[in-house]
Design a protein around this ligand. Structure first.
Ligand SMILES: Cc1ncc(COP(=O)(O)O)c(C=O)c1O
Length: 398
């Protein structure tokens, strides 16, 4: 990546602060370019990005195959809605279904994770004729009305008041607590199979199996919110159907984030049984299935395949776990693949801040002791070495 002529970062920061609503606590970086796992700031600083812009840069920043596909599509047609057919849409849907577990045969495209979850819950209500939804303490599902009402984490439900009625909470990993609230009035049980924002919390494979059995027994739709875990992040194409899930495939999987490598896109993947309940005009969104997003989806999936990124996730994860044994302050490493939570004996925020000073971007979580890593799937051993060596340095000082 070529160094770039410095624009005035302070001025950019001041203008953004003045004209944009303050909704996020920002890092003091004016991001200008990206390449693979690296982000170049407008002052010339180069950052190792182990956060991937909120888990979005799965294929890395500006993967050439994805950039080319988007560029070529922009020269043909920027957009037409679902009222017409499109080669770009047909290819994306076919490709996505081809990498999904065999039972998930149809895709619905939308624009974000929260929208995918809204539509998943709506489909479950349509398929069952029931209204209630069970989700889990610690799960995050988005910020629109129904999704935020399904989010039992921190103060999110408060922000979303008045909440949509009919949402019930169960304890993640505890099947008895699910049994207690998931009666025959419940349309869906929805979960993040690994709870990311809560501090990268997983459950035993037997929990997912027990959920599947409970749903089958009581006629409930099982939804995996794979907005973070999907598209290769956990070392499988999807958590659904993986060994970690004990092979369990839910009735609906929701996706977003890494699916378009940065072009906004969300999706629901559904079984034939769910699809049979959905009629024309039951779901829709103007921009869903737009050509640029569809070109990005196909190219993203192709890039993951051709660069063998899923295999890379598995080998580099193993290497990272091994090297982290050298850092005695890391008392546990949670998660799978490149959705990892490094648990410290003490607060993780000072570590995050110190790493940032050393030009390494990581994430925090709602668990104060957990530092989150959500790097691009193309992260290599050399970059792991750089991270671990820097981590050793900073933890000795914080
Ligand atoms: C698991 C999960 N579900 C849903 C969402 C919401 O996605 P979006 O911000 O694209 O609406 C997020 C966002 O962080 C998420 O992590």
């Amino acid at each position: 990546m070529e160094p770039i002529a410095a624009t005035n970062p302070e001025e950019t920061i001041a203008r953004e602060e003045q004209f944009q609503l303050t909704t996020y606590k920002k890092m003091p970086i004016v991001a200008e370019r990206g390449e693979g796992v690296w982000v170049l700031a407008s002052n010339g600083d180069r950052y190792l990005d182990l956060y991937g812009g909120h888990a979005v840069a799965g294929t890395g920043h500006c993967h050439p195959h994805v950039v080319k596909a988007i560029r070529e599509q922009t020269e043909k047609l920027l957009f037409y809605s679902n009222l017409v057919y499109s080669e770009a849409r047909a290819r994306a849907a076919e490709k996505l279904v081809s990498v999904a577990p065999a039972l998930l045969t149809k895709a619905f495209f939308c624009n974000s994770g929260t929208e995918a979850n809204e539509n998943a819950m709506r489909m479950a209500r349509m398929a069952t004729g029931r209204e209630n939804i069970v989700t889990f303490s610690g799960g995050f599902h988005g910020r629109t009305a129904d999704a935020i009402s399904a989010t039992f984490l921190g103060r999110y439900r408060e922000i979303g008041k008045p909440n949509v009625p009919g949402h019930r909470e169960a304890d993640f990993g505890d099947i008895d607590s699910v049994r207690a609230v998931a009666d025959e009035s419940v349309a869906a049980i929805m979960l993040e199979p690994i709870q990311s924002m809560a501090g990268v919390r997983g459950a035993a494979p037997s929990f997912y199996r027990a959920l599947r059995e409970l749903c089958d027994e009581r006629g409930i739709v099982l939804i995996y919110d794979e907005v973070q875990t999907g598209v290769g992040r956990t070392g499988d194409w999807f958590f659904a159907g993986s060994d970690a899930s004990d092979g369990v495939v839910p009735d609906i999987v929701t996706l977003a984030k890494a699916l378009g490598s940065g072009v906004p896109v969300g999706a629901c993947l559904v079984t034939e049984r769910i699809a049979s309940h959905i009629k024309e005009n039951d779901l829709g969104t103007t921009f869903g299935g737009g050509m640029i997003a569809m070109a990005a989806v196909t190219a993203t999936l192709e890039a993951i395949e051709s660069d063998q990124m899923i295999e890379n996730v598995l080998t580099v994860e193993a290497y990272l776990r091994e090297r982290l044994k050298e850092v005695e302050q890391v008392v546990n490493v949670r998660g799978r693949g490149f959705l990892l939570g490094l648990e410290f004996a003490d607060k993780a925020k000072p570590v995050h801040e110190a790493l940032l000073k050393h030009k390494i971007i990581t994430g925090t979580s709602s668990d104060p002791k957990v530092l989150r890593l959500l790097p691009p799937l193309c992260l290599k051993r050399e970059e792991v070495d750089l991270f671990v060596e820097t981590l050793v340095q900073v933890v000795s000082k914080v």
